[in-house]
Design a binder for this molecule. Sequence first.
Ligand code: BES
Ligand code: MN
Ligand code: ZN
Length: 479
Amino acid sequence: MKAYASAAALSDLDADLVAVGLFEGDSPSEPLGSTAGAKDASGDLKSSVTVYPGKPERVVIVGLGAREEFTPERARVAGAVSQRALKAVKGEALAWVLPDAGEPGPIAAALVEGAGLAAFSFDEFRSGSDGEPAPPQLKTIEVSSAEDVAEAVRLGEAVANAGNRARYLQSLPANVATPAYLASRAEEIAAAHDAVTVEVLDREAIAAAGMGGLAAVSKGGEDVEPRLITLRYAGGGDGGTLGLVGKSVTFDTGGISIKPAASMHEMKMDMSGGAAVLEAVDAIAGLGLTIDLVAVLPSTENMPSGTALKPGDVITQLNGKTVEVTNTDAEGRLILADALVHCARQGADRIVDLATLTGAVLIGLGSTYAALISNDDELAAKVEAAGERSGELVWRLPLHEEYKELTKGEITDLVNASAQRKAGTIYAGSFLEEFTEGLPWAHLDIAGTAWDTGREYWGKGPTGFGVHLLIALARDLAA
Ligand code: BES
Ligand code: MN
Ligand code: ZN
């Protein structure tokens, strides 16, 4: 999808569908007001009515809610509504007349994002199209405004395209999106940007490096090899190096502590954190933001087999801490522990990790907020603010000595899961904190927000949650 800004008047816009907003209590301005059908238009958020004024040929009037409550998030929703109207008329080119409320830049970017994200589809595994032409896709979005919103529109385009690429990776089945596949995507990103480099470790190198968690979790998969992927972006600036870590379990059966069959297939999405990190790095490099990044993806399957990690096994993580693995389904924290230490050793000054880590976060926060756990108020505040700006909301949960107590082992430093099942999301965060090497760190548990949120611009299925938040955070740190 390409997006661009212009100053064209309504009558000069020649997209397949031109979208104009309508606030509550307003009526459509002329010449739209006198077209047949315009009287059905309302300012209700999520509503839309398509009319045919002649010039332009086709206009959708999209409800924006109350003028004084208009936000970028509402603009994202309106963008998604306009995309659905475009799809209904089998169009490929959309134009928006920028509503005159709120800040022009963020609103323009949000309209592009909402429409771009709503256009995501995944049908590469459908066969037998019976010679019918492929359905049209959203190809261009023009935003017309008297204000200069070119930069903002470029940002919206980058965010939507990166989000959709992450959603594509999430959608791929585990027999396609293997650790090696994610490594090849990382290599592709490095090849596309002069300032990005990549390093990939295989099973032997992972073990030799002392990454006992990743080595242990990957023991069950005999023919799918693990990878430890490190991407660096040298964007410069003096904001320091931001470390990013993304859980990349390409399939989580639970291992020997096997999951029930009913929705196990959904665990192909257990690499959503890694997908978001990969595509955020691509977008940040593409935007040329002045920040240095070091991104780490620990990637493996979690399989049961005769060679698999067993409940009760003791492992040694990269920083020397020992862990009794009481539940092999709590595998994410084991591979993230090594990745956090590695990220710190690679020169990160602060670290943000994204992981589909606990089912408990779905119970606690549903699909609206991701959990944020942090040892640093300043970084936590920045992550919260980036969440607000991006619509990828986070809610901070506490750390406390009493939670930490739960993670202490009987025979080891740590135990990876407690029989008590108290505060599952915080338990996992407390465990991870042991591997942050004294750095400011923020952990995002995205198990509830990575898939099936039902939000207008994401719908059912993958969301790419975190891509936009990370871009927003990097923009903040680069400023
Ligand atoms: N990948 C799962 C968490 C998850 C659950 C992601 C639902 C997406 C949707 C994680 O590896 C896991 O299995 N966590 C366990 C931890 C428990 C054994 C301590 C869980 O949450 O049940
Ligand atoms: Mn698991
Ligand atoms: Zn998992």
